[in-house]
Design a binder for this molecule. Structure first.
Ligand SMILES: NC(=O)c1ccc[n+]([C@@H]2O[C@H](COP(=O)([O-])OP(=O)(O)OC[C@H]3O[C@@H](n4cnc5c(N)ncnc54)[C@H](O)[C@@H]3O)[C@@H](O)[C@H]2O)c1
Length: 380
């Protein structure tokens, strides 16, 4: 079967690795994205953001025929259309997403297949199935949520089985053929099940990080050093092998997906709402630590991105921490090796002996901080 794939939102964190992966598996693909600057970067083989191995994979994909454009009408030539736009629990962004899908359907050819890759709710899926032109154009709709971790796209795309949500768990020939050619195992479920699996997975991950922060908060209020205690407790102790470190919990997915889970399914015991509160407490505890440990109000904050070895600032709690520090009267200079900095590292470090490591990039281990007073917020 010969067909062509479009990826709408294909210049983004999810869309770009996916587009390269599909093209490099021998299936012709086209990226469609309104971000002209990133489309230009992609066409000149420059990854617009950090992602392991993206530069090599992008070069190969372009030489294999991957194209990137801004015009949505290019999807009319495609049998399979992925949508990888950013989504949110925010109503305005959800409304924009629905509008975009209407435009996508308007431009799709009859009998073609629409694959939602963005994280969506069942309400969104139901709305799409009732959109104008959906029935008359005989559009096949699948929800294939992305489950990779940012930075690990090319390691995880072929490893993690693909959840395929459809109306009646029956997969069309084109979807079967597509994932078989990508050598990705599929697990077929209905729309509702796919939505729950995706939202539950991220909410559970958020819960795990928040739970450990809960214990860190309690230890702090008893003047105990939780990081030291956790390291001792988990030393060669199988039951605590996979416990994450305490630290800031943010990024483009975990907070918003937990909020979306809560909005969709409720929170009968108030557990999820409390996770949000716990993480805010974790930030205020960090401010208390700074107030108690440092002799004056000048601080250098190392790390601003939402997790180590990433250049992604979206929903970064290191930025939230920075705002809180400033509001608390601290004078803060920041440095993050993964983003453009106003000042050189040496000049920033000479600003104060008080250091807060907010996002623990590996390279910080090579900095000479012997003579400094350091507060490590977390290992994430
Ligand atoms: N980032 C992750 O690690 C991750 C993991 C799993 C799932 N997800 C989900 O995947 C989805 C995409 O996330 P992302 O991180 O790739 O977002 P992103 O912001 O990096 O990418 C979205 C892309 O859509 C483009 N876009 C916006 N409006 C458009 C329009 N009208 N037409 C065409 N393109 C348009 C943007 O320019 C951008 O390039 C979200 O629903 C997210 O929850 C993300």
């Amino acid at each position: 079967m010969k067909y062509k794939v479009a990826v709408v939102g294909g210049a983004g964190h999810i869309g770009l690795p996916l587009s390269c992966y599909i093209q490099n598996a021998g299936i012709d693909s086209i990226i469609i994205d309104t971000n002209k600057e990133n489309i230009d970067k992609i066409n000149s083989s420059t990854p617009p953001f950090l992602e392991h191995d993206l530069e090599t994979k992008l070069k190969t994909a372009l030489s294999n025929g991957l194209t990137a454009v801004t015009e949505i009408d290019k999807i009319k030539d495609c049998e399979l259309v992925f949508v990888t736009l950013g989504t949110s629990s925010n109503q305005e962004i959800t409304d924009n997403f629905h509008q975009l899908i209407e435009t996508v359907i308007l431009n799709m050819k009859e009998g073609s297949t629409l694959i939602l890759r963005s994280t969506v709710t069942i309400q969104t899926i139901n709305k799409i199935t009732k959109m104008m032109n959906f029935d008359s154009k005989k559009i096949n709709l699948f929800y294939c949520p992305e489950r990779i971790a940012e930075g690990k796209a090319f390691l995880e795309l072929e490893k993690i089985p693909q959840i395929v949500g459809s109306k009646d768990s029956e997969l069309s020939e084109i979807i079967k053929d597509f994932f078989e050619r990508l050598k990705i195992r599929t697990i077929s479920v209905n729309y509702e099940e796919a939505v729950f699996i995706k939202l539950f997975s991220n909410t559970y991950r958020y819960a795990q990080f928040s739970t450990i922060n809960y214990f860190d908060n309690i230890a702090s209020s008893n003047s105990l050093d939780f990081k030291k205690l956790l390291s001792i407790a988990s030393d060669t102790y199988p039951r605590l092998e996979k416990v994450p470190d305490s630290g800031l919990v943010g990024g483009p997915c975990l907070i918003k997906d937990s909020q979306t889970f809560l909005n969709s399914y409720g929170d009968p015991k108030g557990l999820i709402s409390n996770y949000f509160n716990i993480n805010m407490d974790y930030i205020t505890n960090t401010i208390d630590k700074c107030n108690n440990y440092f002799d004056h109000k000048k601080i250098v904050q190392l790390g601003l991105t939402f997790k180590p070895e990433s250049d992604d600032l979206r929903d970064s709690q290191a930025i939230v921490l920075n705002n809180y520090l400033v509001n608390e009267g601290f004078e803060v200079k920041t440095f993050d090796p993964f983003i453009n900095n106003e000042e050189e590292l040496e000049s920033v470090l000479s600003f104060s002996e008080n250091i807060v490591i907010a996002t623990r990039h590996k390279i910080f281990d090579s900095y000479d901080l012997e003579s400094k007073k350091v507060v490590v917020v977390g290992d994430k």
